[in-house]
Design a protein around this ligand. Structure first.
Ligand code: PLP
Length: 487
């Protein structure tokens, strides 16, 4: 069997990690045995204990030493949320150089949904490394790239003919979605939303809403980008009930009157906003905007870079309201931690750009493609959509109870394993970034990695790997609760 051959070959030249991490007799089991009981084995292995363990200050002395080297050698603009230096990660934990083991509620920003060392990802990527690392798909192609595009056509919403192009990063995917939409429509304007985040390159900075830290001092930005209101239920001035309708009406009015619908190439939106604060647009808003795009020949682009690939309990978050985007951008969760991104969409739109107009030296690197196929295999076999829904159930239950107790938790939202709480000053809706930072810091010290986000810096977001064990998930929430209690 081809798969077994590849796996055997892969283990020999690249065995260090597999042998060190798992009993040899268990190595190939996931290929032949039911996967459910092997969950811990798959998600980090018995030799990477799935536990929280804090044995030094966080960061510890060895991390501090490395941090000094980082500060001397790495550009100051490249920050780190929590400077503990990682040596191993898998399942729901990150182990650092000082021997601490942190519960991971970040997944490297929604990337390692299948864990940071998923068996199928390691197996397939190792086999590919041993075969060849690169040819450049634009020079001599290879099957893995095509297979990833075939999977994307199967997994993304809609049963129309689809095609894909692969890239290295989310920002690059968004840039290419704009290139493709402009080519197809022969129009220039691009419409984006308040609180939107689309990346850090010049065009995607222009598409991104928040100045600090993403844009400040980095202009001038790309032209022909227009920002319109988003249906943000918690902060909609007339209340959440009217939010979808009013926000859509305002957005459509601005597009029609200020830009001219006939000039718009693309409308780009995150079905659940990521960096902007895990905002779920009020129900009805997305369908209304998608309808408007369709009626006006505008390419509707769902940026699912953070929300895609089982993160929200569905393959893609736009499925929640039955949206079928013209184009969809993916990255982050797609390849179990290796850099890969894609634009997928209607074949006639994807084919609009001239031959040679899309690509890049590394886009769709063969090792990243192999990893993506391993990640998708893992998502299917472990039913990670169901797992994400279970994470939501556990988290929302616990967080709702905390919200009853602590009135600085103003809002609780999100879907699947993409959940957030928005912190405010007691008795108001005024953003409380200070408490947000304090709670995050307390969690970090106690061995729980959490991330913050939001336009006002007042959102704690939780993005555990979908393979996290339920005990660990609950322990993480215990730590969070203690942090609130101590505040
Ligand atoms: C992270 C992100 C991007 C940018 O992806 P990179 O890989 O960091 O370039 C774009 N859009 C969304 C919604 C994201 O979350």
């Amino acid at each position: 069997m081809a798969v077994a051959d590849k796996a055997t070959r892969a283990v020999l030249p690249n065995g260090t990690c597999l042998i060190r991490r798992r009993a040899p007799s268990l190595r190939l089991k996931p290929l032949f045995f039911p996967l459910e009981p092997l969950m811990t084995e798959l998600s980090g292995g018995p030799s990477l204990p799935q536990e929280r363990r804090v044995v030094t200050a966080i960061p510890g002395p060895k991390s501090q030493e490395l941090l000094a080297r980082k500060n001397a050698a790495v550009a100051g603009g490249v920050g780190s949320v929590l400077p503990v230096f990682t040596v191993r990660a898998g399942g729901g934990v990150i182990e650092d150089v000082d021997g601490n083991s942190l519960i991971d509620f970040g997944s490297g920003i929604a990337v390692t949904s299948v864990g940071s060392s998923a068996e199928a990802v390691v197996r397939r990527a190792s086999a590919q490394l041993a075969d060849f690392t690169h040819t450049c798909f634009m020079v001599t192609p290879y099957e893995g790239y095509v297979e990833v595009c075939e999977e994307l056509a199967r997994l993304t919403p809609g049963d129309h003919a689809k095609k894909s192009a692969l890239f290295n990063s989310g920002a690059e995917a968004v840039e290419n979605a704009v290139k493709i939409a402009r080519s197809y429509t022969k129009r220039q304007a691009v419409v984006v939303f308040d609180h939107g985040y689309h990346g850090r390159t010049n065009l995607t900075m222009a598409l991104t809403a928040k100045n600090m830290p993403y844009k400040h001092g980095f202009g001038p930005f790309a032209p022909e980008v227009y920002r319109v209101p988003l249906a943000y239920p918690y902060r909609w001035l007339t209340g959440p009930e009217n939010c979808a309708e009013e926000a859509a009406a305002q957005a459509i009015d601005m597009i029609s009157k200020q830009v001219g619908a006939e000039n718009v190439a693309a409308i780009i939106i995150e079905p659940i906003l990521g960096e902007g604060g895990f905002i779920e647009p009020a129900k009805g808003f997305l369908p209304r905007i998608a309808e408007f795009a369709k009626a006006n020949g505008i390419v509707f682009v769902a940026d699912e870079i953070q929300s895609g690939f089982c993160r929200t309990g569905q393959w893609f978050a736009c499925e929640d309201e039955g949206i079928v985007p013209d184009l969809i951008t993916t990255a982050k969760g797609i390849a179990g931690g290796l850099p890969l991104a894609a634009v997928t969409g209607r074949a006639e739109i994807m084919d609009a750009a001239h031959s040679g107009g899309l690509g890049g030296t590394y886009g769709g690197n063969p090792v990243a493609c192999a990893a993506a196929l391993g990640a998708i295999e893992t998502m299917r076999e472990l039913d990670l959509n169901a797992k994400a829904k279970r994470v939501e159930e556990v988290m929302k239950g616990r967080l709702a109870a905390m919200r009853e107790k602590y009135d600085i938790i103003g809002d609780l939202r999100g879907r699947g394993a993409m959940i957030a709480i928005e912190l405010v000053k007691s008795g108001t809706k005024d953003p409380n970034p200070e408490a947000t930072a304090a709670v995050a810091k307390a969690c970090h010290s106690a061995g729980l990695l959490v991330l913050t986000c939001g336009t006002y810096g007042n959102v704690l977001r939780f993005l555990p790997p979908l393979v996290i064990g339920e005990d660990l998930l609950n322990e993480g929430l215990d730590v969070l609760e203690s942090a609130f209690a101590e505040l």
